[in-house]
Design a protein around this ligand. Structure first.
Ligand code: GUN
Length: 355
């Protein structure tokens, strides 16, 4: 056909030519639940893959899933260091003491711990503002509940979870202040049968819209079976419950993981405390269902804009706890110290925070 032969494309450089294996930054991730959980861990895994793609042969990543929050965690962390990893992400709150112990013995390794609060020279802590996603979901819940009773399947009784429960309820009450809420604790991050049981007991108690702080889609699946509503959390769970799903409060860990890898490659890694949310592109409420009224969708959009430009904060007074005590006076915005110390339920939530 007269077409000239293309010159042979230059051979792709062999990986060793581009960066000898020894020069790559080895990065490892420790997960508390399986990567197939569809939520918390799935989302960390998506971000691991994203940075592997982004940084190409500059880094080599690996992960270990389903590591309990026990001495097993410390062993896994030490193994990761022994295998040459210089940057290690430990992605659950209960790893805190094990990260501290391993890090103290391994000064040449940088540790990143979600969602703890203990830092060290070689330990940074980070989290996403999951409470912002909970609030946005709450707005949708408030517009959809007919029984005026929403519910939360809660995981482990630590401040971030209590904060998320409250934030969901505050979102619902921003639509209708009379809305009540019930909470059932399962005391684990990932326990699908227990999550389902808890959801069932909420539904039997009159709840018709649920949220959860556990890792799996079990609550959503139970909602689908029982003809009520629920949300995806951490990951996009819309596919698990086409009728019940009202939206998914997703975390994108990629911006933060990119920053940390970039800093580490540049020799600029520093310990610190990072808490990114809607503003930083780390949190969003996605796939809001068609059946949600436009008014609620507009309210979600407005809240998102406010979070982005700083004109709105979820924890703005007046806020009263469920014993009638004012915890934030009118117009006062809770600062990070306040947010990290929330150990009460807001007005309208039944019961007390587990002691
Ligand atoms: N799932 C497993 N671990 C955690 C954690 O530390 N925080 C949150 N929000 N979810 C989790």
């Amino acid at each position: 056909c007269g077409k000239k032969e293309e010159p042979a494309a230059p051979a792709a450089p062999a990986p060793a030519a581009a960066a000898p294996a020894g020069d790559k930054l080895k990065v490892s991730f420790m997960y508390v639940s399986p990567i197939g959980d569809g939520g918390w861990t799935f989302q960390h895994e998506l971000a691991r893959k994203a940075i592997a793609q982004k940084f190409g042969d500059k880094i080599e990543t690996s992960m270990v899933e389903s590591v309990p929050e026990s001495a097993d965690a410390e062993r896994v962390l030490r193994d990761m260091a022994g295998q040459g990893n210089k940057l290690v992400f430990a992605t659950s709150f209960g790893y805190q003491e094990f990260v501290q112990k391993a890090a103290a013995d391994l000064p040449g390794v940088k540790f990143e711990h979600a969602t703890g609060y203990k830092q060290a020279d070689n330990v940074a802590v980070y989290d996403s503002k999951t409470f912002e996603g909970a609030y946005l979901a709450g707005i949708v819940a408030g517009s959809m509940t007919k029984t005026k009773t929403v519910g939360v399947v809660a995981s482990v009784p630590i401040p971030e979870v209590v904060r998320n429960i409250n934030s969901f309820v505050l979102g619902a009450q921003s639509v209708d202040p009379s809305i009540q809420a019930k909470v059932v604790w399962v005391n684990e991050w990932f326990a699908p049968p227990k999550e389902s049981e808890a959801a069932t007991s909420l539904i039997n108690g009159g709840v018709d819209v649920m949220y959860q702080n556990t890792n799996s889609p079990a609550v959503l699946k139970t909602a689908e079976e029982r003809g009520v509503y629920a949300f995806g959390k951490d990951g996009d769970m819309s596919a698990f419950a086409p009728k019940a799903h009202l939206g998914s409060a997703v975390i994108d860990w990629t911006p933060y993981y990119s920053k940390v890898v970039e800093d580490t490659l540049a020799g600029k890694w520093q310990s610190g405390n990072f808490w990114w949310g809607v503003k930083e592109g780390a949190m969003d409420l996605v796939k809001i269902a068609d059946q949600v009224p436009q008014e609620a969708k507009d309210k979600v959009e407005k809240a998102k804009q406010g979070l982005k430009d700083g004109s709105f904060a979820v924890w703005t007074g007046p806020i009263v706890d469920n014993k009638g005590q004012e915890v934030l006076a009118s117009g006062v915005v809770g600062d990070d110290a306040f947010l990290r110390g929330i150990n009460f339920y807001v007005k309208g939530i039944e019961g007390a925070v587990p002691g």
